[in-house]
Design a protein around this ligand. Sequence first.
Ligand code: SF4
Length: 420
Amino acid sequence: MDLLNTLVDKGLRRELPTREEALAVLATSDDELLDVVAAAGKVRRQWFGRRVKLNYLVNLKSGLCPEDCSYCSQRLGSKAGILKYTWLKPEEASKAAAAGVAGGAKRVCLVASGRGPTDRDVDRVTKTIEAIKEENEGVEVCACLGLLSDGQADRLRSAGADAYNHNLNTSEETYGAITTTHTYADRVETVQQAQAAGLSACSGLIAGMGESDKDLVDVVYALRDLDPDSVPVNFLIPFEGTPLAKEWNLTPQRCLRILAMVRFVCPDVEVRLAGGREVHLRSMQPLALHLVNSIFLGDYLTSEGQAGQADLDMIADAGFEVEGAGTTTLPRHRADALAGGCGSTAAEPAGCGTQGSSGCGSHAAGGGCGPCGGHGEPEPVAAGAEDGVPAARTEPNGAARTDLVAVRRRGAGTDLAPNV
Ligand code: SF4
């Protein structure tokens, strides 16, 4: 297939595909799916070998958010029966993080609901980062606290944070239909603030909210322009009690096409399979490892993932290996640019990395995190409504597997052991 040969050549050279080529990946048929996965897999192996980085989410503050992000179970007015709690103490967060690290996670992602942190919140998170770093030598810490104010990114960096996550989530054109209490531009600005402070930027998307192929390509090209080190790809978990509860638009095949498209557009970036993988990819999860080089271990912010041991078994059974703490995630040209701003342009393939940090964590779709500041609960966004989310794709829906959506009831914020 000429398209796939072209995309592989470009991916190996870190050359940007055309938008038409990216759209064509999303339009491939099920008969072509394994060829698409094999082609994107060549690009993945060039830059990341067969390594899989594990990341572990710690939800520092759950629910109680004044924002109105339609996809989020923690939003204002959410009727989802999620855990709700305020800030974990540093020692509680550190204990949760240690469990993830013991399970094989290389990065801990500290997430808090809300529009963005106050300076007092940053103080709290600073102490938490210090506690985690003291207890877990070499661990990478990513913070995800919403919109940042002036100086906060610098303070997090000084406290030892390696990365900051803030997702674009969807296209600029669609953004207002998903969230009304902050803007797409707000999100872009926070990612840029994190980069300016020397934090590794992590920014990704949520697929399955009723967006078009063009929206998906738009947001992935916008991310490529922002140049984050990691791109988490979430698949919407349609929580009952949220406006997008009926948006069951994804099939395992579509998820794989989306991941392949992201890999072709962002060939040397840490592409992370994030929330919704168990719900939407189901038994096809191992194929996704040929496309992404990073996943979350265990549970998500507000929903349960598959057992941590099942994650490890899946990686081994598929012939991949968990990335060790001493290995650099990013290809050398990216790691060097991040470490010193020297930005060597000579690209070297997988296995040549030195030390340094890499991409970052996100939270699960349906879990949330980002900016906030709502003014009352908005009307639910109706898929297909003229000023709502664009009409849902009509790709074969299959049976909506609502039975696979389980609210997290263990780990951080509870007395029960975490899933690692
Ligand atoms: S995504 Fe973040 S800011 Fe938006 S509602 Fe959820 S917790 Fe609040």
